[in-house]
Design a protein. Structure first.
Length: 195
């Protein structure tokens, strides 16, 4: 089992209480001088930490800058009762590194990717033509014998294989196929005559 060791940062002239106080001043008063002191202290350490986590030099620099920006924005959320300033700041840096790794594994969404571009809405006249064709097809099916209509319904609307239709209707497979062939001939004739 791997043991987790806790690293305590010892900074000459900067103890945990003074770092906490600087971060609190940034959070409550937006104190730029306090932030500058935090920046000078933590920015190089965050970069070194990110390098140890496996980030490249450029990525570590970018993430360190991003971490310091997050610290400026989120300083009001810091609670010294829950963690020290160093722990809070390094947690932000670690989370940014994790987010960066996730983005590398799952690239950004490209809204112009053809797979994500919706199909164009059909023109109004296309919808009207399709509705007219559907009505003509329904009318043609009503002209079929009940036996042919049943076979068409099971084959095309219920999407059943011919062998299953034969079993369900208690008919030979050849009869099912003959009825379908005849039904399709009648439908084509009815649709051709209506056109």
């Amino acid at each position: 089992m791997r043991r987790r060791t806790q690293v305590r940062m010892v900074v000459p002239g900067q103890d945990a209480a003074s770092l906490n106080a600087l971060l609190i001043r940034v959070g409550t008063a937006r104190d730029r001088a306090a932030f500058e002191m935090l920046f000078r202290h933590f920015a190089p350490r965050i970069k070194a930490y990110l390098l140890r986590l496996g980030a490249g030099a450029a990525a570590a620099e970018d993430l360190a800058q991003e971490a310091m920006l997050a610290i400026w924005r989120k300083a009001a959320m810091f609670d010294p009762a829950k963690a020290s300033a160093a722990t809070w700041i390094f947690t932000i840096a670690r989370n940014l590194r994790i987010d960066a790794l996730r983005r590398e594994r799952r690239p950004e969404f490209d809204p112009n990717d053809p797979a994500f571009v919706p199909e164009a809405e059909p023109a109004a006249d296309t919808g009207m033509v399709r509705a007219d064709e559907d009505a003509r097809l329904r009318e043609a099916i009503t002209l079929l014998s009940p036996e042919q209509a049943k076979v068409v319904e099971l084959s095309f609307f219920a999407d059943k294989p011919h062998s299953i239709i034969a079993q369900e209707l208690g008919l030979p497979l050849g009869t099912v196929k003959s009825r379908l062939r005849l039904a399709m001939t009648h439908i084509r004739t009815a649709l051709g005559a209506a056109a």
